[in-house]
Design a protein around this ligand. Structure first.
Ligand SMILES: [Zn+2]
Length: 246
């Protein structure tokens, strides 16, 4: 599985970048995990929009979903600007906010499908499992497996042991770190660098990628603070175009 960070900012994108978006690829199949502001533009550095097979949305906060509208308009215009046939394209989201889920649809130009916790979802070569997180709105973390490897993405969450257990043994943990050690992140349903590191240590993952990064402080400090909690894990911060094969 190849993973590419399309966007990693919390709340809003800095110049020329994007909020949450991760491209995963296996056997030529391409799935976008979350589609925040700037993602529809930035993902084109890594693949043509026509190549995308699916998008999976963790929750309906704008920094995870706002560029779905751009993908809708692309699908609308694609038959008029491209000679290659349009391939099927499905947007997956949870159904706990029916109004927000309905907005994933667009005049029959895309397919939409609800995912649920405790129900595995097959998308091409990927099998996804969903876990409810601790966040002000319903949000789901994802364990994404292929025959060869496992990725775990926390989406937005406060620290919970349920998510730790769900992430156990993954080859890569992409964990949100919206705050620095010592800040009180829990009222916002987010984690600090320290908590992301604790999660990685308890889940015994070999690699931790900190993401959903704050617009303040020095991100190098996030790595130091997380690394102290998981000495056996390789810790990095996300950046645009960061990529890894697992
Ligand atoms: Zn959120």
């Amino acid at each position: 599985m190849k993973i590419t960070v399309v966007g990693y900012w919390h709340a809003f994108p800095e110049a020329g970048e994007a909020t949450s978006g991760y491209l995963i690829e296996e056997d030529g199949f391409k799935v976008l995990i979350d589609c925040g502001s700037g993602v529809a533009s930035q993902v084109q550095h890594y693949c043509d929009l026509a190549e995308l097979d699916a998008v999976v949305i963790s929750h309906y906060h704008d920094d995870h979903v706002s560029d779905i509208g751009s993908l809708h308009y692309y699908r609308l215009l694609q038959p008029h600007i491209s000679t290659s046939p349009q391939k099927p394209f499905t947007i997956y989201g949870h159904g706990e906010d029916s109004e927000a889920f309905e907005k994933l649809s667009f005049e029959g130009k895309v397919d939409t499908q609800v995912y649920k916790a405790n129900q595995s979802l097959r998308i091409g070569p990927f099998t996804l499992h969903f876990y409810k997180t601790t966040h002000p709105v319903p949000c789901y973390a994802m364990r994404i497996e292929t025959q060869h490897s496992t990725l775990f993405y926390t989406a937005d969450t406060g620290f919970t042991t349920d998510i730790v257990q769900a992430a156990a043994g993954a080859d890569l943990l992409i964990a949100e770190s919206s705050f620095y050690k010592g800040q009180d992140s829990s009222p916002f349903g987010h984690m600090t660098s320290e908590e992301a590191g604790q999660m990685a240590g308890l889940a015994k993952v070999p690699a931790l990628l900190l993401t959903h990064l704050p617009h303040f402080g020095d991100h190098k400090q996030l790595v130091i603070e997380a690394q102290n909690e998981c000495p056996d894990t390789h810790v990095e911060t996300a950046s645009s175009g960061w990529s890894k094969n697992i």
